[in-house]
Design a protein around this ligand. Structure first.
Ligand SMILES: Cc1ncc(COP(=O)(O)O)c(C=O)c1O
Length: 445
């Protein structure tokens, strides 16, 4: 788990020996139910026999057909599958090995698009507070995650940040009804302040993951910011690394909002963790100047479009579609979220339960009325995560969502094919971990 406060060296971690469906087993025989897909990765659970068989077939044929000399059926079929799942709005896909690289690729493609259009001054990025886009220098520069940035400050890109789109933690003086319009106005002002000819792109997570604890944007927000970006010829980049690939119940998270961004990043659920795989998708409007002026996207890596990774992605996506798992995520997601809300309703410190599909966040507060967080030193979310882990449940504790240090959230993001009884077990164990951690957090320091 990322960002544990201290002392989680490898020698302290259980040795994992086996996975089966939604469960993992360590060398001592202890079973863990995967309630968060690690950090929202394992959309099909573990050791799926059909994915493993597809990988065995691919490895028997060829592990990797170097992308710049050859194509392969896995690459071509995965590309066709993703473009179709996205509803036809994108033209090209640049593959990579992680979410950070997918984001890095998106930033570079935005810059390259303007370079190809002869607008070399469009170099600046705008991002949002309380967001996470990855750990490479570019992706980290556009991320507002204090703990993860601190050691690298001074070498990061100069990025402008606007407010998070968080209905539970609105900017001062902004009502719920005005939130989307106020945030769009703030973005417009930021573009005007920087000078529109200088701004390349605005990047955002349609549903914030680790930095916010699952925060869907308010209704109307996505359309409003797209309108602002179009007005000033600023590209809109959606980071769907965590919330996309079906996690929120639609293949693209922004399908829910009815918009297609200019560039989109996906990773985690794309190949479900079977082999690392990320991808950056571009619309025809972004692709056209790049392809006509430069001939190709200048953001490739040695392992771009790795054949076995594409075969993993293809097998995962085939099963998700054949088994109608997005329908399951959509229909079961709301009652599952409601079951979590009910199970936690007896705890005054549960401030908010939110999310969409199988992407659910729980925010803990010291005082429900003021929404003040517990002090960061309490490390409440990590205490919850540790208690759940000891009890055989994996959830994803995150901290710092309020001011970069304080703020406690827990993410629940099970495999799309988790059974009803597994979902019930998640609810029971999560409530138990939160209950015991809160009892201890209420005690004086
Ligand atoms: C929204 C988002 N973008 C980008 C990343 C970076 O992905 P990776 O850790 O695979 O590099 C993450 C990872 O948590 C993420 O949640």
């Amino acid at each position: 788990m990322k960002n544990r406060p201290s002392g989680f060296g490898i020698e302290q971690l259980p040795r994992l020996v086996r996975g089966a469906g939604s469960c993992l087993f360590d060398a001592e025989g202890k079973r863990y139910l995967d309630g968060s897909g690690g950090p929202a990765v394992f959309c099909l659970g573990h050791a799926h026999p059909e994915v493993n068989a597809a990988l065995a077939r691919q490895f028997a044929e060829i592990a990797y057909a170097y992308r710049y000399l050859f194509t392969s059926a896995a690459l071509e079929n995965l590309t066709a599958t993703i473009l179709e799942a996205c509803g036809g709005g994108f033209k090209d896909i640049v593959y990579s090995g992680s979410g950070s690289e997918a984001v890095e690729g998106a930033l570079k493609i935005a810059l390259q698009c303007f370079a190809a259009r002869g607008q070399m001054q469009k170099r600046r990025f705008i991002a949002r507070r309380r967001s996470w886009h990855g750990n490479t220098l570019g992706a980290l520069s556009i991320s507002d995650f204090a703990q993860r940035r601190r050691a690298f400050e001074g070498s990061l890109l100069d990025v402008t940040f606007v407010s998070a789109a968080n209905a539970y933690r609105r900017p001062d003086g902004v009502s719920g009804e005005n939130l989307a319009a106020a945030l769009a106005g703030e973005l417009e002002q930021a573009i005007v302040n920087l000078g529109p000819p200088n701004v390349a792109a605005f990047i955002f997570e349609p549903i914030v993951g680790a930095a916010g604890g699952v925060v869907p944007a308010p209704a109307g927000y996505a359309q409003a910011i797209q309108g602002v970006c179009r007005k000033y010829d600023v590209l809109l980049i959606a980071d769907e690394v965590m919330c996309g690939s079906g996690r929120s119940g639609t293949w693209r998270a922004l399908e829910h909002d009815g918009i297609v961004p200019d560039i989109m990043c996906i990773a985690k659920g794309l190949a479900g963790g079977y082999i690392p795989l990320g991808a950056t998708l571009v619309t025809p409007q972004v692709a056209a100047p790049i392809l006509s002026e430069h001939g190709s996207y200048m953001t490739g890596h040695t392992f771009t479009g790795h054949t076995a990774a594409c075969a993993a992605g293809l097998a995962v996506q085939h099963i998700v579609r054949r088994d109608r798992l997005l329908e399951r995520v959509r229909s079961v997601g709301a009652p599952f979220q409601e079951a979590i809300r009910q199970a936690l309703s007896k705890y005054d410190e549960v401030g908010d339960v939110r999310g969409r599909g199988f992407f659910i966040g729980i925010e803990l507060v010291r005082d429900r009325r003021t929404r003040l967080p517990f002090p960061a030193e309490r490390a409440l979310s990590f205490d919850i995560g540790s208690r759940a882990f000891a009890d055989g449940l994996i959830c994803y504790p995150c901290s710092g969502n309020v001011d970069g240090a304080a703020g406690d959230t827990v993410i629940i993001a099970p495999p799309y094919n988790a059974s009803d009884s597994e979902l019930e077990e998640i609810v029971t164990k999560l409530a138990r971990a939160i209950g015991t951690a809160l009892s201890s957090a209420r005690e004086p320091v």
